[in-house]
Design a protein around this ligand. Structure first.
Ligand code: PT1
Length: 271
């Protein structure tokens, strides 16, 4: 599946949450049923890869145990694999990574950039799994309490470079890695805007860039819009990221994003 990164067109990654707050809890059976319908809907809307996560990492979110995360994520990974769609698994835990890889995952999406115990080994043990390394300052619970940088663009880039080097040293080739500046992860609105403005400078790292801004607080703050009124803003922000070289867009709203990407590609090609 390395060819996912070789595609010339931008890719749309559809978000599939399995956290109880996204399913007023009817337990595993209801969860799987709702997930199956989301998977089918996203496929019909033109999604390229589906991102399955069992740990909320939004500001203020609490940690989740390994067994709880496995329970939430693995059955859904199996369902996406059965659908034939590439699946990415949003996790920082080595055990979840291993189980997801066994279940047929295409990518590990780690907001902690494989810094947890055993995570690099879990990914390097499989010769073909892709990985997304993301930047976060602090931990979700408290990351929005006064985040600080010398220079956010330089600092984030330096962190990602260090993580790429750590991965390569342990046998994960650069052809399997994509990078993400981590919008909203220990960043003020100004930090997020600065990163967006200078996203093109991440091209110097020579790896595909993944961007996740969908429905985030930064969009709500600029537009003074609550979380249910951020679709237009999210699509515009995603398109701005494409003009700055983003390759993979992590989004909730697959249909409008796929439409916007089609327009973007037609204009880029001049036909
Ligand atoms: C992301 C991302 C992610 N975001 C990657 N994985 C989340 N690679 C989960 C807010 O400010 O951007 N890239 N996995 C979701 N996390 C957040 C963070 C959700 C901040 C909301 C906010 O509102």
């Amino acid at each position: 599946m390395k060819d996912l990164f070789k595609s010339n067109a931008p890719l749309v990654m559809g978000i599939l949450n399995t956290t109880p707050d996204s399913f007023s809890d009817g337990g595993n059976y209801v969860r799987k049923d709702i997930a199956l319908r989301r998977i089918e809907a996203m496929i019909s809307e033109g999604v390229d890869i589906i991102d399955v996560g069992g740990e909320s990492t939004r500001p203020g979110a609490q940690a989740v145990s390994e067994s709880e995360e496995l329970d939430r994520v693995i059955p859904i990974v199996e369902a996406v694999v059965a659908s034939g769609m590439p699946v990415s698994v949003d996790t920082s835990k080595a055990k979840v990574m291993k189980e997801a890889i066994s279940a047929g995952a295409t990518m590990i999406n780690d907001v902690r950039a494989l810094q947890e115990e055993g995570a690099i080994d879990a990914v390097s043990a499989d010769g073909k799994i892709l990985v997304c390394l993301m930047h976060m300052q602090g931990q979700p619970r408290s990351m929005q309490h006064n985040p600080q940088y010398d220079d956010v663009v330089t600092d984030v880039k330096a962190f990602l470079l260090e993580r790429v080097a750590a991965c390569q040293k342990r046998g994960i080739e650069s052809g399997r890695i994509c990078l993400d500046p981590g919008f909203g992860f220990g960043k003020t609105l100004q930090h997020n805007c600065e990163l967006m403005k200078h996203l093109d400078s991440f091209k110097e790292l020579n790896l595909p860039l993944l961007v996740g801004v969908s429905r985030k607080t930064m969009i709500g703050n600029i537009l003074d819009a609550d979380v249910n009124s951020r679709v237009n803003g999210s699509v515009v922000a995603a398109m701005y990221a494409l003009t700055k070289g983003a390759k993979i867009l992590r989004v909730h709203d697959v249909k409008p994003t796929v439409e916007a990407v089609k327009l973007f590609c037609a204009f880029e090609q001049g036909k």
